[in-house]
Design a protein around this ligand. Sequence first.
Ligand code: PHE
Length: 357
Amino acid sequence: MTPNEGTSAAQDLISAFERLTAEFAAEIASLSSEQDMRAVQARYLGKKGKATELMKGLGRLAPADRPAVGESANRARAAIEQAVQSRLHDLAGADLAADLERKIDVTLPGRGRRAGTLHPLTRVRLEIEQIFHGMGFEVRTGPWIETEWNNFDALNTPADHPARDMQDTFYVEGGFILRSHTSPVQIRTMLAGPPPVKIIAPGNVFRRDDDATHTPMFPQCEGLHVDRNVSFEDLKATLIAFVQRFFGPDTQIRLRPSFFPFTEPSAEVDASCFLCEGKQPARSTCRLCKGTGWLEIGGSGMVHPNVLAAVGYDKYDVTGFAFGMGLSRMAMLKYGVSDLRLFYENDLRFLRQFPTS
Ligand code: PHE
C-alpha cells in the first residue's frame, strides 16, 4: 500500500461521512415529529447504522490516516445531532407562532363542567317509591302498549264505557292501545301470582288530551294492596302516612265520594294545603290551593269484586284497595310549578333549579 493509496482511501471515507451528514439533513427536513426524527437518527448513528458501517473502514487505513477520518466521523455525528436539535427548535417555534395566530387567550377563566341533576319528575317518582317501599310496597312496571283487556275489560270497564272512546285512548295497530293508566300493571301482577299483592306501579300513561293542564303523555303512580281483611281503613291510613311524608307531618287528607269502574266504593283524594296549611287568612290568598285549603292528588277506592274475579282471585276471600296519582301534578304541588309544560320543555334554566341532593 502506497501512502497515496492510503490517503485516497481516507479521503473517500471523509467524503462519505460528509455525504452522510447531507443525506441525513435532507431526510429529516420533511419530518415533523421528534419520534420520527429519532428513528431516522438511529438508522445513521445506531449500532447497525450507516455511520457505524463506515467506521468499519477505519481499521483498513494506515494508522497515520486514522485520526483525520475519526475526526470527520465525530463531525458527522455532531452535525447529525445538531440537525435534529435545530429542526425540533424550528418546529416548536412554528407551533407557538400558530398558537399566537389563533389568538388563544390563556388568561380566560376555564369553562368547567356542570354536574347534571335529576329531572323533577324523576325526583318525585323516586321519593314516592321510597315512601311506599318503606310501607312494604314493591315497585312493578309494565309495557306502554297494552291489550284492551288488561287496560279496560279486566278493570270492570265494559266496551261501552266512555273511557274506551277514541277521544280518550290512543289505538295502535293490531288491536292494541297505549295504556291510559298504569292499572294494567296491577292486572298483570295479580295474573302472575296469588295474593297477597302489595305493589306500586309508576310509569308513563297516554291520553288524547293536550292543553295547559294536560299533556298527551304523563307519568302516573298507582298502588294496589290485596290480601285477606284489607279494609277502607287501611287505604286511609296508607294515604295519610304517604301525604305526611311527601308534603309534611301535619298534612291531612280528605276523601270525596267518586266513581271509578274498577273500585267500589271510590273516592277522590285531597291533601290539606301545605303552603297555607288551610289557615285563614293566609288561605284566602294561597296561590297553591286557591283558597280551598285542599289539593287534589288522585283517585282511590276498594278493588271492585269483578276485578278480583277477572284475575282469578277469590272475591269472597280477599279484598283490596287501590289508588292512583299523577306524578306531574305531585311535582307541581310540591315545587310550586304553575305550568305543566315546563316539565317537558327541557329548559335548563328551569331544570337547574332542582339540584340533586
Ligand atoms: N286508574 C285511575 C286513573 O288513572 C286512578 C285510580 C287508580 C283510581 C286506582 C282509583 C283507584 O285515573
